[in-house]
Ligand binder design. Sequence first.
Ligand code: CA
Length: 259
Amino acid sequence: MTVRVAACGRTDAGRVRSHNEDSFEIDEARELYVVADGMGGHTHGEVASRMAVDTIRRFVAEAERERDTTWPFAYDPGLQRHSNVLKAAVQLAHDQVLSAIRRDGNLFGMGTTVVGCLVRGGTAAVAHVGDSRAYRLHDGRLHLLTQDHTWVNEQVVAGFLSEEQARDHPLKNVVTRALGGDSEVQVDITEVTLEPGDTLLLCSDGLTTMLDDREIEAQLLEVADGELNGACEALVHEANSRGGHDNVTVVLLRAEEDE
Ligand code: CA
């Protein structure tokens, strides 16, 4: 059975920040979906997140026409071709952010998280770096597909902090991986077989610091049969109504049976 994907996205500065450092991209023709959450002084976070999103879109577009799809990055035979393409695109985005910093010292300290999804033949390749997340709503339950690259999450995984302690931890915003960070970046890839009715959510931490997983699940179920735009609006509205402490970005994908 083949599936096709419908998608929508929203971004909002929130109720506290004066500008929005998040960026997102929906390229329906290529079935590419990306959310990036920039950081850095002045408006440099916006520069980094936009650069990441644009680089990934360009690389994916070019890879369709090339045979050496991941050059100059390694090809992992354990992953599908489009997963390799997406992974290489994220690695290139990292290199682009680093090069921009090298060219202009004022940009020192800028960086961005990224979570991206590329769909081919009913399989979603999900790539991420940092604390932007991907979730899958399947059979009425929300499942987290990504592990935050944050100091606090690493402590939870290691058993040193509980989920509750992590939620309000003063260091919860410290990411351990970002594009533009260390000279090498490690990109996590997950492959998910989509079934008709599945919904994927890509989001920045402006959503997940305001709503926990069960609350996000409830929001998505409430509008499960409604149109996706309404679900995007509802998630952003909910994050803002709880304080909107950060920029919030959501991209929703719904897999539907392809006739
Ligand atoms: Ca953020």
